[in-house]
Design a protein around this ligand. Structure first.
Ligand code: ASP
Length: 296
């Protein structure tokens, strides 16, 4: 594998091989911590990030690499420099991999056609966020042993979520049943073609779930109003303590972050016993170490 652009097209065995490799990258695991010694990984973030950027940085550094952190803010983007000129110029400084996040779907794919080094998609518009899906699947696999026959319920702004798309593809490939739930205006037309079921009401499907993944409203990608108010959204689709008490025993709560506390997820649930949110973040470093190892 040279680039990681999306989960689309991955076979189950390929996903499992990557997750197996990530096991060795957990703290105390058998993976070598010097495979990227003397090399540079460039984080190229045209959009904001907390977890993904710090996680890739941590992954690269703990494999021995130097990390260049480039952000659009303060760059020549404000002077009109294009995406391709930007990535080609960063590549010319010598990194072995570009970890790219961009607001436009397909931007890392375009970059990958014009550079020689590895390109890793760290989130492209509403399209894919493959490393997030792999770390989510890794987290569930570590909890359950396997995803086969489990029901994963993804709730919220499915329409604008690259996390939802990559996770549907990844979790379906690993044998899970995936149900998406949200207001009709935030459910993409034809989403069933990815093999997912669709529910418009949360309460009837919630007790079926082995894991519930709550998603943030991607207001930065919404040019129009998709529902009457945030309060309305929270009332109908927010996972609060009362709703969480209706979940199956042992069912897990996930969130890719950033959480809008009190909107899609109540603080008591985000920080409660069912939550694996910080486990997702911790596992993200091991998964991204494995991604860098196979791409570089
Ligand atoms: N951090 C995730 C992403 O970049 C989810 C989110 O921003 O809501 O897609």
């Amino acid at each position: 594998m040279r680039h990681l652009l999306g989960i689309e097209g991955w076979r189950r065995e390929e996903i499992e091989a990557l997750l197996d490799r990530a096991e060795a990258h957990l703290p105390g695991g058998s993976a070598s911590s010097s495979v990227l010694q003397g090399r540079v990984v460039a984080n190229v973030f045209f959009e904001d990030s907390t977890r993904t950027r710090t996680s890739f940085e941590m992954a690269a550094k703990t494999l021995g690499a130097e990390v260049l952190n480039w952000t659009a803010q303060g760059s020549s983007i404000s002077k009109g420099e294009t995406l391709l000129d930007t990535v080609r110029n960063i590549e010319a400084t010598g990194p072995v991999a570009l970890v790219i996040r961009h607001r436009s779907s397909g931007a890392p794919h375009l970059a990958a056609r014009h550079v020689r080094c590895a390109v890793i998609n760290a989130g492209d518009g509403t399209h894919e966020h493959p490393s997030q899906a792999l770390l989510d699947a890794f987290t569930l696999r570590r909890r359950w042993g396997a995803l086969d026959g489990r029901t994963v319920l993804i709730v919220g702004d499915i329409l604008h979520s690259r996390v939802a798309r990559s996770n549907i593809l990844c979790m379906k490939a690993l044998g899970a049943r995936v149900v998406v739930c949200g207001p009709p205006t935030l459910l993409p037309v034809g989403i069933q073609q990815l093999g997912t079921e669709v529910a418009m009401h949360l309460d009837p499907v919630l007790p079926q779930a082995d894991a519930v993944m709550c998603l943030r409203l991607q207001t930065e990608r919404q040019s129009e109003s998709f529902f009457p108010s945030t309060r309305e959204f929270s009332r109908l689709y927010g996972l609060n303590a009362q709703r969480a008490s209706k979940m199956k025993e042992g069912a897990l709560v996930m969130h890719p972050g950033p959480i809008n506390r009190g909107v899609e997820l109540a603080p008591a649930v985000a920080d409660g016993a069912r939550s694996v949110i910080l486990e997702q973040v911790a596992n993200g470093v091991a998964v991204r170490r494995a991604i860098l190892e196979v791409c570089v």
